[in-house]
Design a protein around this ligand. Structure first.
Ligand SMILES: *[C@@H]1O[C@H](CO)[C@@H](O)[C@H](O)[C@H]1NC(C)=O
Ligand SMILES: *[C@@H]1O[C@H](CO)[C@@H](O)[C@H](O)[C@H]1NC(C)=O
Ligand SMILES: *[C@@H]1O[C@H](CO)[C@@H](O)[C@H](O)[C@H]1NC(C)=O
Ligand SMILES: *[C@@H]1O[C@H](CO)[C@@H](O)[C@H](O)[C@H]1NC(C)=O
Length: 501
């Protein structure tokens, strides 16, 4: 018993050391940013060391976001520091005379991304694209490989990000470009691994009868072999790599080996906290399956349904809440609560349902996140989120309380709590949130070519905000590299989670 206490005490001490470390690092970075702001960029810091000024300004925005959130004053409209100050400074600002402080404002692209030339079987080959003359990448000018519709699309993030990088090299690249592809890894801010892991999971999880493993597993094995053999991976231990694994079950095997990289995920529900966490990784939205409500002229009164929910019943994990709520709400006449996941033919009905509802419920299912939230946003149906563990995209720069209602699970299952709360939200408050939904809806759109301020650009910006902490980890990891010179040459091991942090 005493031993047990001692070890848990150790863990607590470790934890608090970690917190202290995180806080100190943050203060350190902050002080640098302010120093740079007040003195201009010191000569000795050239752009290979520092993200360029645009990146810094993004960081500044993020910082002012955190600052304002700490204010005691209640929040109002302008607080949302919507990242996209840059969007407002439209192209005309670049033609203004240079004031000598900002450098090169018409340089829109800021995040330099190296992309591995993985064989097509890892990416567009999974979409049945056939390589001509041994090329690795499709020629986007002649034809963009088609991504099949349906529910697989909700995890298609890998596809849109890869297309966007390829597009940055076209002779006439799209205007919206936050990330550009570079071919020299040592000039890159981040190294992107273009494996379509969600597609691989969705289409190739069946076990091949002639082999013991599914193609999805084989691809992951090959990916790990390929990556860990690259000198870029060896020099960083993978810390500066970016891997997309949006489907909660994608990369199931490889994640345990590739975890020093930054992951792009839908949530952390199926990850141990040392493999993926909100400090290291990035949450990306699902691609919504419900069509965006264009020219929405609805009003509080014209949406007859108070609360809408359509979803699967889960009996495990957090799913019991769905059943509890069903019993609590089934007798409310203006509440639509139905089980059954949205199938292809159901999309039309769900679209009508959400467009006709004031509020849309998002209840944790077998994972904390679901694409229902993004369907609700596209429908301008104010999301009511009952998912204590949910992590939301871009929440470091976006205040979700302006357009979502959050309810703790323990409260939601109290008799009448939820219905009373929602009925207490009047016309004005609802209309304010409805308007805000229309302002933010573009942040969740995936498209090719990507547009300014859409999900693709927002994800790259979120990556850019991780770059300073990735660099810090990387530099720290090199502190004692000289003292290990006498060790076996070329031996690089993936660090174990405990000594990594
Ligand atoms: C936001 O701020 C601007 C000036 O900074 C002001 O004109 C505008 O009314 C504000 N908007 C809201 C919604 O508060
Ligand atoms: C760009 O900004 C200028 C003034 O700053 C404005 O007149 C113009 O309409 C804007 N253009 C776009 C496309 O938003
Ligand atoms: C890549 O960039 C580094 C640093 O800028 C440079 O030293 C190196 O020569 C470059 N490599 C190639 C192949 O261009
Ligand atoms: C939305 O409204 C605009 C302008 O009134 C119109 O041009 C457009 O066709 C409308 N779109 C839809 C889908 O109704």
């Amino acid at each position: 018993m005493a031993e047990r206490n001692a070890s848990s005490l150790m863990i607590i001490t470790r934890k608090s050391f970690f917190c202290l470390f995180a806080l100190t690092s943050l203060l350190f970075v902050l002080s640098w940013v302010f120093l740079l702001r007040s003195t201009g960029r010191p000569q000795f810091l050239d752009h290979t060391l520092l993200p360029n000024s645009k990146l810094l300004s993004v960081i500044d925005h993020a910082i002012s976001a955190t600052d304002t959130q700490n204010d005691v004053e209640p929040s109002i409209g302008n607080r949302s520091i919507l990242v996209d100050k840059e969007v407002e400074e439209n192209s005309s600002s670049s033609s203004q005379p240079n004031d000598g402080v900002k450098c090169n404002t018409n340089e829109k692209e800021v995040l330099k991304v190296f992309m591995y030339d993985l064989p097509p079987e890892f990416h567009f080959g999974l979409l049945d694209w056939k390589s001509q003359r041994g090329t690795v990448w499709p020629d986007l000018q002649s034809k963009v490989p088609y991504y099949p519709g349906g529910l697989n699309l909700q995890h298609s993030i890998e596809y849109w990000l890869t297309l966007d990088l390829l597009a940055s090299e076209l002779p006439n690249p799209p205007n919206a470009r936050f990330a550009i592809r570079v071919h020299n890894a040592s000039e890159a801010d981040i190294l992107f691994v273009p494996f379509f892991s969600s597609l691989s999971y969705n289409r190739f999880s069946k076990i091949n009868p002639h082999r013991k493993k599914s193609n999805n597993k084989l691809l992951q094995d090959n990916l790990v072999k390929y990556l860990t053999a690259q000198k870029e991976w060896k020099t960083s231990g993978g810390r500066d790599h970016l891997i997309v694994a949006h489907h909660p079950n994608s990369l199931l095997d490889a994640r345990m080996k590739l975890w020093p990289a930054t992951f792009i995920l839908s949530d952390f529900g199926r990850y141990p906290p040392n493999i993926a966490n909100v400090e290291k990784d990035i949450i990306a939205p699902y691609k919504h399956v419900i069509k965006t409500f264009v020219n929405d002229s609805s009003t509080f009164e014209s949406r007859p349904t108070l609360l809408y929910f359509q979803g699967a019943i889960y009996r495990k994990d957090g799913g019991f809440v769905r059943q509890e709520l069903f019993y609590l709400l089934k007798d409310e006449k203006d509440v639509h609560f139905a089980f059954g996941s949205i199938r292809k033919d159901g999309v039309k009905k769900a679209t009508e349902g959400m467009h006709a509802s004031k509020f849309c419920l998002n209840i944790a299912g077998d994972t904390p996140s679901s694409n229902r939230l993004f369907d609700a946003i596209a429908s301008h149906c104010v999301p009511v989120i009952i998912s204590d563990e949910i992590e939301l995209p871009y929440e470091d720069v976006l205040d979700y309380s302006q357009f979502c209602i959050f309810v703790r699970t323990s409260d939601a299952v109290k008799k009448n709590y939820l219905v009373n709360l929602i009925r207490s939200i009047g016309r004005d408050e609802w209309t304010r949130m409805w308007k805000r939904l229309q302002e933010v809806q573009d942040l969740y759109e995936f498209q090719y070519p990507s547009k300014e301020g859409d999900a693709v650009q927002m994800i790259w910006k979120a990556v850019a905000r991780k770059v300073p902490s990735i660099r810090m980890k990387l530099h720290k990891s090199r502190r004692f590299s000289h003292s290990s010179i006498h060790k076996e040459k070329g031996l690089t091991r993936v660090p174990t989670p405990s000594n990594f942090w």
